[in-house]
Design a protein around this ligand. Structure first.
Ligand SMILES: Nc1nc2c(c(=O)[nH]1)N[C@H]1C(S)=C(S)[C@@H](COP(=O)(O)OP(=O)(O)OC[C@H]3O[C@@H](n4cnc5c(=O)[nH]c(N)nc54)[C@H](O)[C@@H]3O)O[C@H]1N2
Ligand SMILES: Nc1nc2c(c(=O)[nH]1)N[C@H]1C(S)=C(S)[C@@H](COP(=O)(O)OP(=O)(O)OC[C@H]3O[C@@H](n4cnc5c(=O)[nH]c(N)nc54)[C@H](O)[C@@H]3O)O[C@H]1N2
Ligand SMILES: [Mo]
Length: 713
């Protein structure tokens, strides 16, 4: 082959000067950061493919991963630190040096601390998580209780449900079960690896119950039994399944006697969910509820349940619904058993990889007693008790109302107001701040409100620690230098600690020193991990030991799996229920005026929140923001495919393109989030928050659908 031919085919060899370097894709969920082979020529990434040696993805990539080149080279990458010169939101900035930017931020944050107290400064993290342990420590060393993240609407609701029941997180031992209960999960859109595992399990004879408001690919290809409840009614459904299991004595009595607390009260409560009312409450006929109970009895030893925190938590009653689902694991004796639900410990950034680190100590050891509750702490007392950080969903309110105390400054890493319910409320709140700084890869509309903008770099341009399930530890090398003047978030955090002269020598030493400390229980040094250039299995990996946690006693008040939470019961002033009680998700909105149920955010395979709408390859897969509706509803309203339709709620209205879809049941409208031109969160009330978790009800609302210039419902 000639050199030109080799170059055209992007063949890595000395003649072309193309090299393959390894990194990871950090576009989607941290539980699926795939290994990447980056083809690099002259400091430029010219091709990406999956890394076959990576234990997680073994050479595969999804559409998002395959588009990494277009993602990291997006035209709106921030090139230099910026200082705002025009009005907030105008996007008028002047480039400044890193020194000026960091000194300005450090000086302003110290000024607010002095004048208003440390709690007046809020440190925020968006969906990116790799730097979070350092950011949380920065907030603690600075002295503010206000460290808050996007997990306030993502993952923490499910975590809180587990903490309430077992005082630790847990995971589904999917691969070892004989019955898998996939509750609100469609991995064909979110995790191709989990979809492949399910297909392999199905071939091997595992039975599947899938429970989803939509008729998904998982329902179509995998389910032996498919249940389709109305959004946010999962708690009633789970309680009804439990009632049937108990009535037929299809439960594990000796396990319950030994390891479960509150069974009798719970069983009595379950009796309220039965053949006579369940279809009305959930839309699921009793025969299907009974068949689910029967299948659990026939095949559910062991049974593993995968409940996703986001779709189940995004309702006014979300956390309680989640608790009701988890209870099925306890009454059938599947918790802490191989092939069931396993209690776990987080290794790093909420990944349970089967080995311990000092992450939690690192994050919290510089914390002094706070003088004020974190944002959301008074409004969401269970959150406050369990999470010890801010519930970010209360941030817009507190900025605007200044109660119980004013927030003067926000130092954000990737803040995007479009992801918050009633986005304009946060936009307005940011506008009212005395000081707002934002570090991001891209000059987003939220960053345009910042007084100082900092350019962060992507996973291709930085070194980063990542832990994977099965005991793996990985420390990447940058595959290209940081683009323009961008820097890793961790450098920004450590540099701020230095410039504010915080009493935190470890943080001031930088990312590597912090990691050496966090990883001190692990045999490998950071340098050894980096030299390996591939994830290493650490010798400290501890496989799960059946019933070990239950026999030792859980860290709950009773030491048992608590169906009735004694933590909640001991705080009657919170006004929360100790049992996983059910309440209707939509009883506060008038169906006469808003006849359609509105859900948002069901994942699309090629979209990830706001990040990929401006990535050309991915955008071509769905160029428009689409309101997906059942064809029967479209026909009734005279709406044709692609026509503009207006969706309105008491909070606002937007226009999207109609997309008839048989996946959506009649009466429901579904729209993906994050679009600039049709932001579903403009329709969602910022105060419809779950009183247990503070989560926003983005998945159950009511709306009116109007054909532009036509009839409506
Ligand atoms: N491609 C892609 N992958 C992603 C993301 C993305 O944006 N795009 N986001 C990442 C993030 S941040 C998260 S939190 C996860 C979320 O991951 P998942 O929770 O797995 O994904 P979702 O599609 O949000 O929800 C799963 C299913 O729940 C159903 N569902 C919605 N509401 C209800 C309900 O009330 N009851 C029941 N039973 N089912 C319901 C939806 O129809 C959907 O099929 O995905 C991660 N992965
Ligand atoms: N209506 C509706 N709203 C939702 C949801 C829903 O289902 N429906 N889902 C909720 C859920 S589960 C989640 S997780 C949130 C996600 O909400 P966000 O956290 O807002 O998600 P993104 O828009 O992906 O990321 C935020 C910003 O981080 C920037 N960023 C990316 N990588 C980095 C990095 O390495 N460093 C820095 N400094 N910045 C970076 C991105 O460019 C982006 O501007 O949305 C929530 N909002
Ligand atoms: Mo999320």
């Amino acid at each position: 082959m000639t050199k030109e031919e080799l170059l055209k085919a992007k063949i890595p060899c000395p003649e072309t000067g193309i090299e393959i370097r390894h990194t990871l894709c950090d576009i989607c969920s941290p539980s699926s950061h795939c290994g990447i082979n980056a083809y690099v020529k002259d400091g430029v990434v010219i091709k990406v493919e999956g890394n076959q040696d990576h234990p997680y993805n073994r050479g595969l990539l999804c559409t998002k991963g395959a588009s990494n080149r277009q993602y990291i080279y997006r035209k709106d990458r921030i090139r230099t630190p910026l200082k705002r010169t025009g009005p907030r939101g105008s996007g008028e900035f002047t480039p400044i040096s890193w020194d000026e930017a960091l000194d300005t931020i450090a000086g302003r944050l110290l000024d607010y601390r002095k004048a208003w107290g440390a709690q007046s400064v809020f440190f925020f993290s968006g969906y990116s998580k790799w730097y979070r342990p350092l950011l949380r420590r920065l907030a603690n060393s600075f002295g503010t209780p206000n460290y808050g993240t996007e997990s306030s609407s993502c993952f923490t609701s499910g975590l809180m449900a587990w903490e309430t029941a077992i005082a630790s997180p847990a995971r589904a031992d999917m691969k070892n079960c004989s019955l898998f209960l996939g509750w609100a999960m469609n991995p064909y859109h979110t995790s191709y690896n989990a979809a492949r595992s399910m297909e392999a399990m199905k071939r091997a004879g595992t039975k599947f119950i899938i429970i989803d408001t939509m008729y998904t690919q998982t329902a179509e290809k995998i389910a032996d039994l498919f249940l389709q409840p109305l959004p946010g009614t999962d708690g009633a459904l789970a309680l009804a399944i439990a009632n049937d299991l108990i009535a037929n004595d299809w439960i594990d009595r000796s396990y319950i006697d030994k390891y479960v607390h509150g069974f009798e009260e719970y069983a009595a409560y379950c009796r309220g969910f039965h053949a006579g009312n369940i279809e009305k409450l959930t839309g699921v006929p009793w025969e299907k509820v009974h068949r689910a109970a029967e299948m659990i009895h026939e095949y559910g030893h062991p049974m593993s349940i995968k409940e996703s925190s986001a779709p189940l938590g995004h309702h006014m009653n979300g956390m309680q619904n989640y608790r009701a689902i988890m209870a099925l694991s306890a009454i059938t004796g599947n918790f802490d058993k191989k092939g069931g639900q396993l209690p776990v410990e987080f290794t790093f950034t909420h990944q349970a990889s089967g080995y311990s680190t000092l992450e939690h100590r690192f994050e919290t050891e510089t914390r002094r007693p706070f003088l004020a509750p974190p944002v959301g702490g008074l409004r969401f007392p269970l959150w406050n008790e369990l999470e010890k950080e801010a519930q970010s969903m209360d941030l817009p309110r507190q900025i605007l109302e200044k109660t119980p105390y004013p927030i003067k400054a926000v130092m954000a890493f990737g803040m995007n107001f479009r992801m918050f319910p009633d986005s304009r409320k946060l936009e307005k709140a940011i506008d009212e701040l005395d000081f707002f700084a934002d570090a991001d890869l891209f000059l987003t509309d939220s960053a345009k409100y910042a007084d100082i903008v900092l350019p962060a770099c992507s996973s291709f341009e930085r070194e980063e620690f990542k832990s994977y399930p099965g005991g793996y530890a990985y420390y990447t090398k940058p595959v290209i230098p940081p683009l323009y003047e961008s820097r890793p978030d961790t450098d920004i955090i450590c540099e701020l600690a230095r410039r504010m002269d915080l009493d935190d020598p470890l943080l001031c030493q930088g990312y590597r020193a912090c990691l050496e400390y966090i990883l001190s229980p692990v045999s490998y040094t950071v340098q050894q991990l980096q030299d390996a250039d591939t994830p290493l299995k650490v010798p400290e990996f501890k496989p799960h030991r059946e019933l070990a946690a239950l026999n030792k006693g859980l860290k709950t008040p009773t030491g048992k799996f608590e169906l009735k939470s004694e933590l909640i019961a001991s705080h009657p002033e919170w006004g929360l229920d100790a049992l996983p009680t059910y309440r209707e998700p939509l009883d506060d909105i008038d169906p006469a005026e808003y006849p359609m149920v509105l859900t948002s955010g069901g994942r699309l395979p090629h979209a990830l929140h706001s990040r990929l709408h401006d990535v050309p390859w991915l955008r071509t897969l769905r160029p428009n923001a689409c309101a997906e509706m059942n064809p029967r509803d479209c026909a009734r309203l005279g709406i044709k495919e692609g026509e503009p339709v207006e969706l309105s709620t008491p909070t606002g209205s937007i226009t999207a393109h109609a997309l008839p879809s048989l996946h959506i049941p009649a009466g429901l409208v579904s729209l993906y989030h994050g679009y600039r031109e049709a932001n579903i969160n403009d329709l969602i009330d910022a105060d419809r928050l779950d009183p247990y978790s503070g989560f926003p009800a983005v998945r159950s609302n009511r709306c009116k659908v109007t054909r532009k210039g036509g009839c409506h419902e």
